[in-house]
Every structure is written in C-alpha cells, then in structure tokens.
Design a protein around this ligand. Sequence first.
Ligand code: SF4
Length: 301
Amino acid sequence: MKVIKSEIGLCVGIVNAYDKMNRAAQKEGPFLAAHQNSGGDWDTLKRIERKDPNIMERYPNLRNVTVVHDPAQLKPGDRLVLGFHGFPAETKSELKEKGVNLLKDFQCPFIATMDRQAEGLARDGFDLLVMGNKGSHHCTEAERLAAKHGRSCTVLEKAEDADGIAVREGQKLALIGQVTGNTETWSKVVDRVRQRQLPVKIVETVCSDSYDRQAAARRVAMESDVVILINDGGDGSRSSFEVASAVHARIHRISRKEDIQPAWLEHAETVGVIGGITVPQWSIDEVAKYVDEISPSVAPA
Ligand code: SF4
C-alpha cells in the first residue's frame, strides 16, 4: 500500500501568529494571550496552554505566555496579545476602556479584511450575500456587522443558491466569501451572478490558504483510493472534506490516528492523508506513518 499526504499543515495565518507571538514574548516579556472562538483540542492557544512539545520546540518563548479564554476575565493593567482569530472591534474597545493593555494584535489579515469589507459595505448601504456555511463564526460575524448597520445578510451555501438571488429596485447588494469557504462553490456562485448579469458588487475575501489547501485535498483525493481527513472541527476542515468527497466517496474523518479502522483501508492501493487549517504538518506525517505501519495487517489490494 502506498501512502500519500498533503504538504499543507497549519495555515499561513496561524504560522504567522505563532511566529509573531514568539518574537513578542521575547521582546515584551510575559503576557496574556486570547482570541475569539478559542476552544477545541486543536485550537492554537490550547496548544500553548498545554505546552505542546512540538510548538515549544519551534516557538520556545511561548512558555511564558498565559492563555485566557474568556475576555471577561481580563483585568485593568493586564498585558494582552491577540491570536489569529483576533477580537471584534467592539470587544477591543471595551477592553481598552477597562484598562487592559493591548500590546499586539496578530489577527490573520484575511479575517480582518473579510470583517472590514463586511462592515464597510454594510455601512455604505449594501445588503450582504456571503458564500459560506450557515453557523460558521465568519458568517455569523458578517451577519452581526450587517445588522449593526441595518442591512440584511444572506448566506449562500451552494452554487444553486445564487439562482435565487433577486435584486430589488434601488437595492445595493454585495457578495463576499467566507475566508475558509469552499473555493469551487465561490467560483460557481460568481459565475452564476455574472451569467445572470446581476448588479451585485463582488468582493473576493476567500483566503489564499483555502485555495492552496483545497487544491491539495483535491489532488490527494484524485490519486488515492481512500482518503483520511484529520478533522479539527473547523470550517477549514469542512471545505477540504467537501472538495475531497466530491472526487470520491471513500473518505473518513478522524480526530486522532487511533480512530482509523483497518477495514476502511481494505483493497486500497493508495491512501491519502489531508488536514484542516489547525492541523500541523507533523500530525499529517504521524497519521501517514501510522497508516503505513498498519497496512500489512490490511487485506491487500
Ligand atoms: S484559514 Fe485563511 S483566513 Fe483563516 S487563519 Fe488561516 S490564512 Fe487566515
């Protein structure tokens, strides 16, 4: 059995934030770190909190960083650095008023751009269309920003949803994409809007990592008989799952290598391994090695 794998681990926004936070910890001394939507085991701040050896080896100054998950716990005088998810502008203002010292904000520039575009367009009187997943925190934030300025926000999950777009007389409508959205769906939605010659302002906000990661997922899936997706529970995994499962059906989502059932691999000549945005390359390598190790016990192709 041959094992192939994606060479795209942690996304560029996360690597940047780790790198800059590590340098800030060296320069500024100990500080608190937080960002919105921190949570599951794969969360980048959780790795700092549990002193993940792989992270500490690469970013040793992060040993001195203390993670805070609830901004309400922050007190006047606390020295704060924000991770790749950042905080909404309102939360930052509240913290500033409270006397929290925001040293650095390492929010991913793609997320900052999507939020800035959503708010700017809504402020300028545009109702929003967002290609993405209902319930994704990126879409929820766009909905919140649209509502803040009295505008509507509609999430388009499938290309076909673009067929239902109707522009009312005098209505200004703009289309943006969830940063981690499905890039194939984005292209199809844009094509349909253009084919119908709808007066919709189109603003590209899907991030570059989504294009690279999903292209790699598609490539690995096309060359494999079975695909193992390391699922971090985020939208970055969801889009990779969608593009890989569009290629064929033998795709399985796991959280750790022990989840793999040998029966999944039976009669497969090639097994592919891919991961979501918060899955490091070393986790992809580990799962690929594990598949290789258990393959002698699996029914041959
Ligand atoms: S997936 Fe894209 S938008 Fe999200 S943190 Fe990574 S680079 Fe930024």
